[in-house]
Design a protein around this ligand. Sequence first.
Ligand SMILES: [Zn+2]
Length: 302
Amino acid sequence: MSIITITSCPVCGGNDLKKTFDGVDHFSSGEVFPVCDCARCGFRFTNDFPSEDAIGRYYDSPDYISHSDSDKGLINRLYHHFRKKMLRKKVGLVAAHATQSPIRLLDIGCGTGYFLQAAKKRGWVVSGIEKDKKARERATLRSGLSVNDENFFWEIGSSSFNVVTLWHVLEHLEKLNETIHKITEITTPEGIILLALPNCHSHDAGFYKELWAAYDIPRHLWHFSPGTVDKLLAKHHLKIIKRIRMPLDAFYISLLSEKYRGSNRLTGYARAFGVGTMGFIRSLSDPERASSIIYIAKKNGR
Ligand SMILES: [Zn+2]
């Protein structure tokens, strides 16, 4: 298995990188990976992680719900409930912020295609990219669209789309800067880019520390905060025009974090509810404490 070791910060290029804690893969392998911070810009990332061709087995579990659609257990049922709510929110955000008509949308990392299906129903011209073969087949079945693998992404011509979405996807992608650069190429000058990302400066991340489930090591390589997203996008001449907090994610993430902590069921549920509620309240006055954030970005000068 080849291992990728990051020696300079993908955001600022700095090379003063320090290990902050050992991250455990609670979800599948139990393996440990160092989580590092850049001393210059504060960017946090997983280090010494398996390369793209080897990381597949870390996703290979029936529990990986965004791929398998499993609905067993409270956590998965909650996930499905929130997903339905979130689908409406995501479609609404695209409709409210797209500046060009007709909408030509690319969903990168479309999983099993729920968002694609909802977007298609709105009459938009939609395409999806999905790396996982099984998920891609389900997405194709569900949406009736041909969903492509990641090789196709690199072949897309410039200004092909006016909306590009990555819903909890960028944190998984090894080629971080290359992907953003390519996205800026394939987006029209007036186009919008929507990124949903976990927030490692959230209230729930602060509470659970290294047990915070949204670290999801080693599947999540990059652990963003509002500050580091700003810096990364600015480097690619993108500016953030809106941040939308997603505080409800805190309930789901907290439940999962309690599971990793080994809490007994009742105590775990109660505390997760408490942490989620507190995060929700704090995020009302300080959106930067929300568990996840949707960023809407545009090219500079637009
Ligand atoms: Zn840095």
